[in-house]
Write a protein that binds this ligand. Sequence first.
Ligand code: ATP
Length: 236
Amino acid sequence: MPEPLLRVEALTAGYNRVPAVRDLSLELAPGEVVALLGPNGAGKTTSLLAMVGLVPLMSGSVNALGAAVDARRPHKLARRGVLLVPDDRGVFYGLSVRDHFRLASRRADAAREAAVLDRFPALRGLMGRKVGLCSGGEQQMLTIAKALLGRPKVLMIDEMSLGLAPKIVQEMLPSIRDLAKEEGIGVVLVEQHIELALSVADRGIILNHGRVVLEGAARDLLARRDQVEAAYFGAE
Ligand code: ATP
């Protein structure tokens, strides 16, 4: 077994001393995709924020790339290759796709840029376009492409499908699995599309009311849809 990229042990975190997520544990190996699923308010975003140190832990621990995550230094973690891709996409509507590449590619060489564009070839034709005029799917491609320029080791992707047509989501989620496998990136995928997310993930964790209510191999969870739905929609 290779050393995990991320090891989360009994993470409990929240706001104003009220936990929004309790006792979450997970390990992420290179190339592995873990889907973190759950209804609105289940604690998914808080989990991601706590894993990168943007929300302090109330108890438990997070170890990324062999070192404890330090709540005072989330930017350092990003520099070491643990990146959170937020659900607001972090793009500027008034800037072009090329501008975003320039801003994001401080550390990327031309070869890396070309490799990233090979993964999202549609972006090549959009270089001169203002991001505000790009479709939601194109903006999402740009968001992921920007993150890839820095050769991340861990990507935490918060609801990339938010506001996207199901057809686009069906195209984009498999590309996340491919890039994880081909580049050895560990991915934590927060999603509302349960089946699609499980179909590209290796493992799934279902949160409800801040607690893990079901977890397992993604293909087992897909085979137990009734249980997954009960966990997802159940009141407790
Ligand atoms: P969604 O899919 O709606 O984003 P989520 O599963 O990501 O939901 P969180 O955003 O982690 O859930 O929210 C978990 C709980 O923490 C909710 O009860 C929410 O109201 C609360 N919460 C989230 N952010 C804050 C904050 N900044 N201050 C106080 N409470 C918060």
